[in-house]
Design a protein around this ligand. Structure first.
Ligand code: UDP
Length: 228
């Protein structure tokens, strides 16, 4: 199968259908821009299934996504999109870069949520964009903001119902037949998830900070999502 893109934890293959791709999730976790990496058998399939369940639920809530189905435990079949080079970060609770870079206290709850846009470009260190800069680059800030808001409303409710606080997460969008749809993955690798009412991580911070077993935490999230 032709490889279209090889990332740190995912590989994108051309499917037989020219309008579709297959996204393979690897059993790997990385942090520090790939400086640290560890193979965790089973992690790829768990993340793939979590991501698939979340995309299905978003679809049912009326949100357009690239997801089609999951033909193998660690493979998502998706519409082929041109990825838009923006990282859209939604924050419900302050932690991570926002507390490192500002005087905002960790744990502060944002009402409304904070929606931030970063340019996806490692060579420029993924800079934070202003709405004006975004518009000047040809990306309609209001449109992405509205879409991220809608997605957060659905995801917050899902995680709340399994006793998890959705702290923050990153989204990527893609262009498909001239419309902008949700793409990439939504898994605990790109979200911060805290046990409800606590600051206890169930996400990649367990690996970043070496404070626990990510496989157990991710499996617990998957089991709870499947029971919904
Ligand atoms: N995030 C991500 N990929 C990135 C940057 C951020 O998935 O390249 C996610 C991260 O896991 C967290 C959220 O986006 O859930 C906000 O990340 P933050 O800006 O706090 O940066 P970090 O502290 O992870 O460097």
């Amino acid at each position: 199968m032709k490889e279209l893109y090889k990332g740190k934890v995912k590989t994108v293959y051309q499917s037989e259908n020219p309008d579709e791709v297959l996204i393979g999730f690897k059993d790997k976790v990385t942090c520090g821009n790939g400086k640290n990496e560890t193979v965790i058998p089973g992690k790829g399939a768990i993340n793939c299934e979590i991501s698939s369940i979340l995309f299905e639920k978003l679809h049912r809530a009326g949100i357009k996504t690239h997801y089609i189905d999951r033909p193998e435990p660690n493979v998502m079949r998706c519409k082929k999109v041109d990825i838009i080079p923006l990282e859209v970060v939604v924050r419900n609770i302050a932690t991570g870069s926002i507390i490192r870079e500002t005087t905002i206290q960790e744990g502060t709850r944002f009402h409304p949520e904070l929606i931030e846009f970063y340019l996806k470009d490692d060579s420029k260190n993924d800079p934070l964009l202003t709405p004006d800069r975004m518009n000047l680059m040809g990306y309609d800030n209001v449109l992405f903001h509205g879409s991220a808001f809608q997605i957060n409303t659905v995801l917050k409710e899902i995680f709340n119902s399994i006793d998890i606080d959705l702290v923050d997460f990153k989204l990527e969008f893609g262009l498909h037949n001239r419309s902008i749809i949700l793409a990439d993955e939504i898994s605990p690798d790109g979200c911060r998830l805290w046990k409800k009412g606590s600051m206890e991580s169930m996400d990649k911070d367990l690996y970043r900070k070496n404070t626990g077993n990510i496989l157990e935490a991710y499996q617990e999230i998957l089991t709870k999502l499947k029971a919904l």
